[in-house]
Each structure stands twice: as structure tokens, then as C-alpha cells.
Design a protein around this ligand. Structure first.
Ligand code: HPA
Length: 247
């Protein structure tokens, strides 16, 4: 019964994590993004994985999501909280906000998006009506309440291919589709977790207004600035979640 945290941009390591071991794994799907860092946060065992590698170098479409998820499962993980940087589309999801998405739309292409790809696995059509685990979402929301950290409780995450940001027309289209936030790594991560029967939920940090939602260009400096602020709240939320996960 181990909780894993997958850290995205702005969270390549977790302060406060007392590291006991780093596990290098080669999986049937190849190499994961980085070593799996086994340690304890507030006295509770967790496993941390830097999604983009450590140091941050792997682009969203190049991440070996299958190796990452398979590796976590093989280490005994049963719950995953994914941390992700996103752009805000809906007005109340402004830079620095934390969002706990409840739905996702996949706009990516060409990614290895299933573990049922080879002939030696009988294909299964898994249920994905609610892509994020309801119980784990509830745990996150409860921890936010406990810590008085404000979070947006419902949102549809648009997963785009990247690594470029979107055009303003693309964002208008995502908005018409009902998307509230946009990121590049939510899929196939969420579906692979479901295929492996792992509970999976996400905390998204709004790093910028999505394209066309503000005047001017989106700068990397701006993204990093807002991401840093949001990540402080994420860290304190994670500490509370770890406590309640142990309870
Ligand atoms: N679009 C896609 N992914 C992102 C963005 C964005 O605006 N900001 C951070 N990740």
C-alpha cells in the first residue's frame, strides 16, 4: 500500500523527502524517466518519480509513460498523485491556482498509449468514465480543506501534444470542447494507471494563462515564476495528504 508522487515541471525533487533508496529499473517497456526515489515524507513511505527526468530534460511526447507506470506498479505502488503544470483556460483557473481535474480529453498523437498493444496481452476495454480515482480525489480535496488551501474542485484537462504551446484558435476550440485547463502530460499517464489498476489523481498547477487568454506572448520566465508559487502550496498539500493517507 504505497503512495507515489509523480513530479512534473517545477517539481523535480521533493524537499522534506528523506531518501532511503534510489531504484534504477529497466522495465519490459524500456527505461523510465529517472530512478524511483524511495523515501519518507512526514514519516510515511512514498515513492517519487521525476516525470521529465532529473535534471528536467525529457519532452512530454518523449516520456516513456509505460515504463514509468509499470515501474511504479512493480515497486508495490497502489496510489499515484500526479503533479502537473498547466495553462488556465477558464477564468477562475488563473496563474498559481491549484486544480484537481475530474475529466480529461486526449488530443495527443503518436504516443505509446496502452499496455494492451502487443499480441501477448489479451486486449481489455477498460472503463474510463471517470479518469481520476474518485476516492483519491476526495482525499486530496479533504486535505486542501484541512490546510485551508483553495483548489478548483472540478475541471476538464485538455492534453495536447506539445512541446510547443497552443495557438489562440486551438485554445478557443478546447474551450468549446469544455476544457478548463491545458497540459501536455496527463495522457497516456492516466489511462496507463487505470490499465494497471492503480488509483490515480492529479494536482494541476496553473503556470500561465492559456494562449489568447491574456495579451502578449507566454514566456518561460513567467511560467516558472507562477509555477514556483503554486508548487509551494502543492508541497504543503502533499504533506497533509501523506498524513491522511497513513491514517
Ligand atoms: N499549454 C500546454 N501545456 C502547458 C501550458 C499551456 O499553456 N502551461 C503549462 N503547461
Amino acid at each position: 500500500m504505497t503512495l507515489a508522487i509523480i513530479g512534473g515541471s517545477g517539481l523535480t525533487e521533493l524537499d522534506g523527502l528523506v531518501i532511503s533508496e534510489k531504484k534504477t529499473l529497466i522495465t519490459p517497456y524500456g527505461e523510465p524517466s529517472a530512478d524511483f526515489v524511495v523515501g519518507s515524507l512526514n514519516g510515511q513511505k512514498i515513492i517519487f518519480l521525476a516525470r521529465h527526468g532529473s535534471p528536467h530534460a525529457i519532452a512530454p511526447h518523449k516520456i516513456n509513460y509505460r515504463a514509468n507506470l509499470w515501474g511504479l506498479k512493480s515497486l508495490g505502488v497502489n496510489k499515484i498523485i500526479a503533479i502537473a503544470a498547466v495553462g488556465g483556460i477558464t477564468a477562475n483557473m488563473y496563474p498559481t491556482s491549484l486544480v484537481i481535474p475530474n475529466q480529461i480529453i486526449d488530443y495527443t498523437y503518436g504516443r505509446e498509449h496502452t499496455l494492451f498493444a502487443d499480441d501477448n496481452h489479451a486486449v481489455q476495454h477498460i472503463d474510463f468514465t471517470n479518469p481520476y480515482a474518485l476516492k483519491l480525489r476526495a482525499t486530496i480535496l479533504q486535505a486542501a480543506l484541512q490546510k485551508n488551501i483553495s483548489v478548483c474542485e472540478y475541471a476538464t484537462y485538455a492534453c495536447t501534444q506539445g512541446p510547443r504551446l497552443e495557438t489562440s484558435a486551438e485554445i478557443l476550440r478546447l474551450e468549446r470542447d469544455g476544457c478548463d485547463i491545458v497540459g501536455m502530460t496527463g495522457m497516456p499517464e492516466a489511462v496507463l494507471a487505470r490499465e494497471l489498476n492503480l488509483e490515480y489523481a492529479a494536482i494541476a498547477v496553473v503556470a500561465n494563462w492559456a494562449a489568447g487568454k491574456t495579451t502578449g506572448d507566454i514566456s518561460m520566465a513567467g511560467i516558472l515564476h507562477y509555477l514556483n508559487i503554486g508548487m509551494r502550496a502543492v508541497k504543503s498539500l502533499l504533506e497533509e495528504i501523506v498524513k491522511s493517507n497513513a491514517a
